[in-house]
Write a new protein. Structure first.
Length: 626
């Protein structure tokens, strides 16, 4: 079950009327002292932060400039913090993190721990919106430690609640039941810390939200009666007028618990209340989830006519939700490509114009006497040739950009549609609870396969797009490459066993320490091993070799698979490059995996080579700096 996550606002600013903001703007013209000017800038930043973030960014830049000119350390620290805030609101999380880190360094030197904690918290928020839960938790925990030392009750509650939410995301992502239970215990611990803090503040609304999370934990742990009690407690505390969506979610969650208890009539009452609320507030994601469970409840009662009608509405609303998300994603991709195209155009034009100006000056100085006329003619001829070359290069670059953009958009609209359409079709069959239908097992397998294909495709496309727009930030740490390789091999053992493959690890050392980005290294190992499994003949072997020297570390992945033709090897690491070789069991291939490996190794300072023989196998060798 997918839960709705509540996150407390992290950059809370006081309310400002437009009249107040206009008065502050007018006051700037008469202010003579920079210290007062900084105070006005500060209020204008906060007042415009969410309504007009681009204007807030202008004032943040002005604040930073004045503070730097004054050489006021505390004002410079706040200036960097404000720049982080506006970058955060404008979704530029990488730059926001950079400014927050600079602010933290200055606040630490000034010995202002509260501001250090708030900035650490805001970095956590940046990672949260970048959907990097591990880094999010790390920074939130650092912030929480400071707030607890300072006994900042409000911050303790909010940050603990946000940590709990991140652990919940990780719990929903894992299939390892032992790990899931440990993560749920972390959720419970942090949410109880948050609840205690909210109770000290007598903040009934936040207490209600905490009870929803605690109810979700009990649901996941199969304590269904306990989950209902927590949800009912939340219902008493959250005002419907202030937050109808949360009340809708409470009804939906109670309906889910009652459904699991097979109290179908009570479940239907709660789910129909939830659906009524979600339709009123147009909460489409929540609406589709409630319709899904409601259809199953009527099916469990053998009221198949009602179940079928609700199922049809569920499919319609799911289509609407999918189209909304797809259109938004496509628009984001288009915007990024258009932005990148314009930036590259401007850079190219500026560079060429600068060269032309320099050449024009050189011609002017060198032209004397009788050569003046011929020199001018020569100048215009050269300028014309440069202009033609510039236009030619621009057209070529634009054509490449457009080809990549169209290729990406075409693939997104075509390839993503098929697996998700399959999911919807098979899912419709399951929702009618046809237990005697021999297609049920086949349907479950088809759903799983299509879902994995769709998720992998999305992940790979976004990974390539993120890397090419330089949105990825390296997190370097010392790791044991041998241990990490064992973890990845263990994770893929089931996939290998499905084809009766045996995987071996051979290492020259028990431990091989390397400074790298752990999560990117996992991606390299996963892609290479997944490829080896995908292209190996059933019953064969796969070897992973690790070798360490004074200056280099070598990682090899060798299989006994279909192999790769010599003509295909040069295009293996190109984007969407698909070789003639096909997976041995009909597995799906997007042509992105090895390109991602190459891009990651470029980032972390590594190289990759391929040796292969058709029908005998392939060996990939990764070389890293020791």
């Amino acid at each position: 079950m997918k839960w709705f996550i509540w996150t407390f606002a992290l950059l809370v600013t006081p309310g400002y009327s437009q009249t107040n903001l206009d008065s502050l703007q007018n006051a700037l013209a008469t202010v003579k002292h920079d210290s007062i000017r900084l105070k006005i800038y500060s209020q204008l930043i906060k007042g415009h932060l969410y309504a007009k973030p681009e204007l807030a960014q202008v004032y943040a830049s002005k604040f930073d400039s004045v503070a730097t000119a004054l050489q006021s350390e505390i004002d410079i620290a706040f200036g960097k913090n404000y720049l982080g805030m506006v970058r955060y609101v404008n979704n530029d999380y990488t730059k926001a993190i950079s400014y927050y880190l600079e602010a933290i360094d200055r606040f630490e030197k000034l010995k202002i721990p509260l501001r250090v904690g708030i900035a650490l918290n805001n970095i956590g928020a940046c990672y949260q919106y970048r959907e990097e839960p591990r880094q999010t938790i790390d920074y939130y925990q650092k912030a929480l430690a400071i707030f607890q030392k300072l006994n900042e009750t409000t911050w303790i509650g909010n940050v603990s609640h946000n940590i709990a939410n991140e652990y919940f995301k990780l719990a929903n992502q894992t299939t390892d039941q032992g790990r899931k239970l440990r993560l749920l215990n972390s959720v419970e611990f942090n949410e109880k810390v948050a609840l205690h803090s909210f109770q000290l503040q007598k903040d009934s609304y936040s207490i209600g939200l905490a009870y929803i999370v605690l109810g979700n934990i009990k649901y996941e742990k199969k304590n269904l009666e306990g989950s209902i009690k927590d949800y009912l407690q939340a219902q008493k505390l959250i005002p419907y007028a202030d937050d109808p969506v949360s009340i809708g979610i409470v009804n939906e969650n109670i309906g889910n618990s009652l459904f699991e208890l097979k109290r179908y009539d009570e479940s239907i009452v709660r789910l129909e209340k939830a659906i009524q609320i979600f339709k009123a507030v147009k909460a489409l994601p929540n609406l589709t989830k409630s319709l899904d469970v409601l259809a199953r409840a009527y099916s469990a009662k053998k009221d198949y006519k009602r179940a079928f009608g609700i199922q049809r509405e569920f499919v319609t609303q799911s289509d609407n939700l999918f189209n909304q998300e797809k259109d938004k994603a496509m628009l984001d991709v288009l915007k990024k490509y258009e932005s990148a195209k314009k930036e590259q155009e401007n850079q190219l034009l500026n560079q060429q114009l600068k060269q032309e100006q320099q050449q024009r000056l050189a011609y002017g100085v060198g032209l004397v006497g009788l050569l003046l006329f011929s020199g001018i003619i020569g100048y215009f001829l050269v300028k014309n040739r440069q202009k033609n070359r510039l236009i030619e290069r621009q057209n070529q670059k634009l054509s490449e950009l457009n080809r990549e953009k169209n290729h990406l958009i075409s693939m997104v609209s075509h390839d993503l549609n098929t697996p998700f359409l399959t999911i919807k079709t098979w899912n419709s069959l399951l929702k009618l609870n046809l237990q005697d239908n021999p297609k049920t097992t086949e349907a479950v397998q088809a759903i799983d396969k299509s879902a994995v294909q769709g998720m992998t495709l999305i992940k790979n496309i976004l990974d390539v797009e993120k890397a090419e727009t330089n949105q990825r930030t390296l997190t370097l740490q010392k790791i044991d490459l041998v241990e990490l390789t064992k973890e990845v091999v263990d994770r893929l053992t089931l996939s290998a066993q499905a084809k009766n493959l045996t995987m071996y690890i051979e290492s020259t050392d028990k431990k091989i320490a390397i400074l790298t980005d752990k999560h990117l290294m996992i991606r390299v190992l996963e892609n290479l091993l997944s490829n080896a499994i995908k292209y190996s003949y059933p019953g064969k072997k796969i070897w992973v070799g690790l070798e360490s020297s004074l200056s280099k570390i070598r990682l090899t992945v060798k299989d006994e698979g279909v192999g790769i033709g010599s003509g295909d090897i040069p295009k293996l690491f190109t984007k969407y490059g698909v070789a003639a070789s096909k997976p041995t069991s009909g597995e799906h291939s997007t042509g992105l995996g090895l390109h991602i490996v190459k891009r990651i190794l470029d980032e972390i300072g590594g190289e990759i080579q391929c040796q292969s023989e058709v029908r005998k196998g392939t060996t990939f060798t990764v070389t890293l700096e020791a």
